[in-house]
Design a protein around this ligand. Structure first.
Ligand code: EPZ
Length: 429
């Protein structure tokens, strides 16, 4: 099993290209199941989760091809993927595949919309809380689906097709919004989704669906109005840049006291994050090419933050921010309000010398003068990268085990960091 070795102490300086967003690429690929024509996605990141989802949608009957290398092409640029689900041959998404990644559960929406039936295993994914699916099922029932649970599978049926309705989510859910949206585009009549997730990845999927012929109003807001159409057609869509990868490298640059350009980043999608970084004393700015981060010798100030649905501070950057605050000059307060078990990184950061106390959903992070390298374990995707961030300033070597968690969501992480001066390498057994 691969491990990553980091020797702390080097400042990061240079340019890091930002990849396509994992959390947009996955639902966009799933949207290809809604049409018998070809959906071409550009800027798809090379990630383990993308490969796994390709297996899942191919199992439903989608053909897939990828553009090959081009002479003079940028090796860090994303892939172009063509997906054609001319015929859905199987409406079952099996346990062996779905249990590995929660987003694969989202095939439920398009399968039900297009084929009027689906049998999808209850999901798995990162161990960050109980992560129920009640909101998904409520939304699909509102659209007229009959839902039952059978042997660990959700069985959904709408023999006459789905019918538009008003769906009011009691809580913001990214996945339930994706699922309701993808189900509603082929439903008869109008659907209104209230308290929809406003995450940029949801808007990206909605924009792609519009290119495919869907009729959606209110994109980017918390009320989505969808007028169902009989069929969708093919389209070409660029996956938006990954705001979580952007925030992660911004934090890494801030941690090492460097100067880094995040090329292709979309700072407009990171307002709450930038505000917190400025409070911490970091020079962070939008620029023509993306976003620029500097911290030359200034003190790292403690912050107080809580995670919130977009446009609030993202839960997917909570672990990384905590990594940064382990070196701040004072005590930071970080409250996690989205997932109840997203503090698995705390005990691993402690191995490096961090001083963190948990009080329910809140972590009190007391900055320390030194972190010292140690052997640590990746527990989930974002937790694992917080250990990389801490390792970048820890004295000596940090060895990160279970790197497969990182590979789910960070494309060529060690190359991107090494290109900016970090002493980091992958150790393959
Ligand atoms: C998406 O997960 C992301 N995954 C997560 O990123 C991200 O952390 C999360 O949204 C929040 O931003 C992808 O986009 C692939 P939710 P999702 O439904 O959709 C509760 C990463 O590291 N809830 O918005 O699964 C739920 O338990 C991953 O890239 C219900 O109660 O998250 C949580 O408390 C991890 N009932 C809250 O809603 C439901 O039916 C928000 O979860 C569904 C969710």
């Amino acid at each position: 099993m691969d491990r990553i070795r980091i020797r702390g102490g080097n400042q990061l300086s240079g340019t890091i290209p930002i990849s396509g967003a994992k959390n947009a690429a996955l639902p966009l690929m799933i949207a290809s199941l809604l049409t018998d024509k070809t959906l071409t996605l550009r800027n798809v990141p090379r990630l383990a989760d993308v490969n796994l989802l390709l297996r899942i949608i191919r199992n439903h009957g989608a053909d897939m091809s990828m553009d090959g290398k081009r002479a003079g092409g940028d090796t860090l640029a994303g892939e172009t993927v063509h997906l054609t689900a001319a015929e859905i041959v199987d409406t079952v998404a099996p346990y062996q595949l779905v249990s590995k990644m929660r987003a694969s559960f989202w095939v439920l929406g398009p399968l039900l919309g297009r084929c009027h039936e689906a049998r999808v295993s209850l999901p798995g994914g990162c161990a960050i809380g109980t992560r129920p699916v009640d909101l998904y099922l409520m939304a699909l029932e509102k659209l007229g689906a009959g839902i039952s649970l059978d042997g660990g599978y959700v069985v959904a049926k709408a023999p006459g097709g789905l019918v538009g309705n008003r769906i009011v989510f009691p809580k913001v859910s990214v996945g339930a919004t994706h699922t309701a949206l993808m189900a509603a585009v082929l439903a008869k009549g109008e659907t209104v989704i209230e308290n929809a997730a406003r995450e940029p990845e949801v808007a990206d999927v909605a924009e792609c669906l519009v290119k495919m012929g869907a009729r959606i109003e209110g994109i980017g807001s918390s009320t989505l109005t969808i007028s169902g159409v009989d069929r969708l057609h093919g389209a070409t869509h660029d996956v938006l840049p990954d705001r979580i990868e952007t925030g992660t490298y911004a934090i890494a640059a801030a941690m090492t006291g460097g100067d880094v350009l995040l090329k292709g980043a979309r700072p407009d999608q990171l307002d709450a994050f930038q505000q917190v970084m400025r409070e911490a004393g970091i020079d962070i700015k939008a620029c023509d090419e993306g976003m620029r981060i500097k911290r030359n010798g200034s003190r790292l100030l403690p912050i107080s933050v809580e995670t919130r649905p977009y446009p609030g501070f993202p839960t997917d950057l909570q672990a990384q921010l905590m990594g940064l605050m382990t070196k701040a000059d004072g005590v930071s307060t970080i409250r996690e309000t989205i997932f109840e078990n997203r503090f698995m990184h705390v005990q691993e950061l402690a191995r490096l010398g961090a001083d963190i106390t948990l009080q329910g959903d809140t972590a009190l992070v007391k900055g320390v003068d030194r972190l010292v390298g140690a052997e640590v374990m990746a527990t989930d995707l974002r937790a694992s990268v917080s250990l990389v961030i801490a390792g970048l300033v820890a004295e000596g070597d940090t060895i990160l085990n279970r790197v497969y968690h990182l590979d789910r969501g960070f494309e060529t992480l060690e190359t991107k960091l090494a290109n900016c001066g970090a002493d980091v390498e992958r150790l393959s057994d």
